[in-house]
Write a protein of this length. Structure first.
Lengths: 113, 112
């Protein structure tokens, strides 16, 4: 299994809603990442988890809250988002950090209304 | 911050022609990677070239790396309409960095 699975594929939420994005991999990768991608832009790193511990938080607003329950799962909890947070959210995993190629999920297309 | 800068930003070619995309980066790297992204979907890893390698091939892909110039190029030979996508270079910025940082990307259109 060489897949990273993200759910849901599409999400529309109001600015007062709370929702969660989910990411799962069963490749035994020990590093997992959240990226945000706006239209016609490259992915921008948000968070890195290494061995289930948060390694990097790229000055992301607190309305985004990551969680890594175990080595296979990564969640991104969303609360009180703004319309400018609408984007494609990508999850990725690597066997180890800083060395190997990343496997990406298909992303969650988020629209904040 | 972005580690890589791709050139050109957009490229349109006829099917069967070769496509060359360039990438420049700023800091020292362990390796440089190229990814493809079809419209609105996840990224797919294409090829990884280590800092001690100068050239690497994979099928119709050829990647070169010049660490003295901090640059890399991706050549796609005999392009097909299915190669239409955005292509990004990426690297871990700095020794021991956890950040896999992407360049701005080249949008390739292959016209049948």
């Amino acid at each position: 299994d060489t897949e990273v699975t993200q759910t849901p594929k599409h999400l529309v939420m109001g600015m007062t809603n709370k929702k969660s994005l989910k990411c799962e991999q069963h490749m035994g990768h020990r590093a997992m990442y959240w990226y945000k991608q706006k239209a016609k832009k490259p992915p921008e790193l948000m968070f890195v988890y290494s061995y289930e511990k948060l390694s990097i938080n790229e000055s992301v607003p607190s309305r985004f809250s990551p969680e890594c329950p175990n080595s296979s799962l990564l969640n991104l909890h969303l609360h009180a988002l703004q319309p400018e947070d609408s984007a494609l959210y990508l999850c990725a995993s690597t066997l180890r950090v800083a060395i190997t190629e990343a496997f990406f999920g298909q992303g969650t297309r988020l629209t904040v209304v | 911050s972005q580690q890589g800068e791709e050139d050109p930003q957009a490229l349109s070619i006829q099917e069967g022609e070769n496509a060359t995309m360039n990438c420049s980066y700023k800091t020292s790297i362990n390796n440089l990677q190229w990814y493809r992204q079809n419209s609105g979907r996840g990224l797919v890893h294409l090829i990884l070239i280590r800092s001690n390698e100068r050239e690497k091939h994979s099928g119709r892909l050829r990647v070169t790396l010049d660490t003295s110039k901090k640059s890399s190029s991706l050549l796609i030979t005999a392009s097909r309409a299915a190669d239409t996508a955005s292509y990004f270079c990426a690297s871990y910025s700095g020794a021991g960095s956890y950040q896999l940082t992407f360049g701005k990307g080249t949008k390739l259109s292959v016209i049948p």
